[in-house]
Ligand binder design. Structure first.
Ligand SMILES: Nc1ncnc2c1ncn2[C@@H]1O[C@H](COP(=O)(O)OP(=O)(O)OP(=O)(O)O)[C@@H](O)[C@H]1O
Ligand SMILES: Cc1ncsc1CCO
Length: 517
């Protein structure tokens, strides 16, 4: 019999210890197949061979009924005894080469990998697929360091794009992280994960069929978006020209709808960001407790996460708020304040980018540079901090925002004398604003709030939201600085809030100094 063609998209890995007490493992397997599982691995670390064979036969009877391949974990003897479709081995089990010899050429063989080197070796040793993990911390595995989508991407990028080796991700994959794992791990070489391997999310779920259906549809949604990302598909994105024309209407809509934004922000700027949000026409709620983040996610229209004054409780709240905003498709604006300054800030920034999908990253040049290095942007080719660097520290700032936006599949707004915004497809430079903005604390944080208010009313175009958010405050900055009653940063601060409120939609068009790049 020739090797079966495998659909890796939803791969169930069983674990009797984690199986929901309301049903047997066999029921879990059948329900999950009815819900869309395309491949099953029977993993029984503690069963003696005879009992393992017995259980494997029963599972195989079910999988065969639905034409779903069954792989046996680790034990090649069991795989051969029941004529399973293949086997999966770990790094510490029988070697891939030996397993292939025993199984023959027509069985499916997979191996667990956690580094680019292991992945390349698996390819050379004749594996059909690799399981890449551990992606997130799980009940079954607690490695010292998890890969996160960024680590998964590094492994995908180490593999040749055109080789038939398939890839699945494993470790803490759930319905609420599947989509972003697939999108974020998509490699610059065009490699997209072929599937997700799930343990607890299915066998431990109350209803294995419903859980599988949800996981399958999240995988498909993520795969479609990742494919578009890889192809650089502009479908559905307005041109820069039409975005600029839409800016007055965006301000009008914001004022009509007055969207509520959940701020998990820092102690220094909380009051100013709340007032700036109100002056613009939005509604702020400053809520740093993780306990109310889920409730709030039902009523807010966007979220700002700001790491300015980092404490453990702030971080907990950011994870909760981000996770629930993702679940409800509400935009998340991330402001990695001082991201490069300390290990805690770097690590928190890395964890936030791994733990949720951030729709818009807003930062100054230093912060965006830190993000770029954390996510593995090719810093050489985007020419960061060169000798001829411009005011904001990059030889080519537009290339930096474009590269980070492409890699994270989000919008990046980099502030400074000139602001740069990109979604990876469209990039602009905004030349409005006044030096006084750089002389008061929190002007960047207020920009994040403004972007979040606009993102709430522009859910399908966060690029337009970021451009509008920056422009609105920069115009207010120019107007405030020109006032005869402004004599320095103190009077500017008050006048700035006034001028945010006084800004007219028409000025968003007539005074904008925005260039497409
Ligand atoms: N010299 C300047 N000329 C024009 N606009 C400026 C200038 N300095 C800052 N701005 C504007 O101020 C806003 C905040 O940018 P900045 O890069 O200073 O933020 P930041 O460093 O993150 O601030 P903070 O950490 O205090 O919140 C942006 O809208 C930017 O355009
Ligand atoms: C000054 C300062 N310190 C932590 S946060 C903050 C405000 C700028 O974001």
């Amino acid at each position: 019999m020739s090797k079966p063609v495998v659909d890796y998209s939803l791969y169930l890995v069983t674990d009797s210890g984690l199986n929901h007490p309301s049903r047997t493992l066999l029921q879990s397997v059948e329900d999950s197949i009815l819900g869309g599982v395309t491949l099953v691995q029977l993993r029984e670390k503690d069963l003696p061979t005879d009992a393992f064979i017995d259980l494997a036969r029963k599972v195989h009877a079910i999988t065969k009924k639905y034409n779903v391949p069954l792989l046996i974990n680790d034990n090649i003897e069991v795989a051969l005894a029941i004529d399973a479709e293949g086997a999966h081995v770990g790094q510490d089990d029988i070697s891939c080469v030996k397993a292939r010899q025993l199984l023959g050429p027509n069985k499916i063989l997979g191996i667990s990998t956690g580094t680019p080197e292991e992945a390349k070796k698996a390819l050379a040793d004749g594996a059909d697929y690799i399981g890449i993990g551990t992606c997130f911390m799980t009940q079954t595995k607690s490695p010292k360091r998890t890969l996160g989508p960024i680590g998964v991407r590094t492994i995908l990028e180490a593999l040749p794009a055109d080789h038939p080796l398939k890839t699945v991700v494993i470790g803490g994959i759930k319905d609420d992280n599947t989509r972003r794992v697939i999108i974020h791990s998509a490699g610059a070489n065009g490699r997209i994960l072929d599937g997700i391997a799930v343990v607890t999310g299915i066998v431990g779920a109350k209803d294995a069929k419903v859980a599988s259906e949800k996981l399958h549809s999240e995988f498909k949604a993520g795969f479609d978006i990742a494919t578009k990302k890889i192809k650089g598909d502009m479908t559905g994105r307005a041109t820069v020209d039409s975005v600029l024309k839409s800016l007055p209407q965006l301000l009008t809509t914001l004022r009509e709808k007055s969207p509520l934004t959940h701020h998990v922000s820092n102690y220094v700027v909380m009051n100013d960001t709340a007032n700036a949000t109100l002056a613009l026409g939005g509604s702020p709620i400053m809520a740093p407790s993780a306990v109310e983040a889920e409730d709030l996610s039902n009523v807010v229209s966007s979220v700002v996460l700001n790491i300015g004054t980092l404490t453990e409780s702030f971080v907990d709240c950011m994870y909760e708020a981000g996770k629930h905003a993702n679940r409800q498709s509400k935009p998340v604006v991330f402001d990695p304040v001082g991201a490069g300054a300390t290990t805690l800030r770097r690590e928190t920034t890395r964890k936030i980018l791994n733990a949720m999908h951030v729709d818009i990253i807003k930062g100054n040049a230093g912060e965006i540079s830190t993000v770029a290095s954390l996510i593995g942007c090719d810093t050489e080719s985007i020419a960061m901090r060169g000798v001829d660097s411009l005011g904001n520290g990059f030889v080519n700032p537009a290339a930096v925002v474009q590269a980070v936006a492409t890699r994270e599949n989000c919008v990046v707004a980099m502030t400074g004398t000139i602001d740069y915004v990109s979604d990876g497809y469209r990039t602009v430079a905004i030349e409005n604003g006044h030096a006084y903005q750089g002389r008061i604390t929190g002007s960047g944080c207020m920009v994040a709030s403004s972007i979040a208010s606009f993102a709430a009313i522009s859910p399908n175009d966060h690029f337009a939201a970021a451009v509008a958010g920056i422009l609105a405050l920069n115009l207010a900055g120019e107007h405030a600085a020109a006032r005869s009653d402004v004599h320095g940063p103190g009077t500017f601060r008050a006048a700035f809030i006034d001028e945010i409120a006084n800004l007219t939609p028409e000025q968003m068009l007539s005074e904008a100094k925005i260039k497409a790049i």
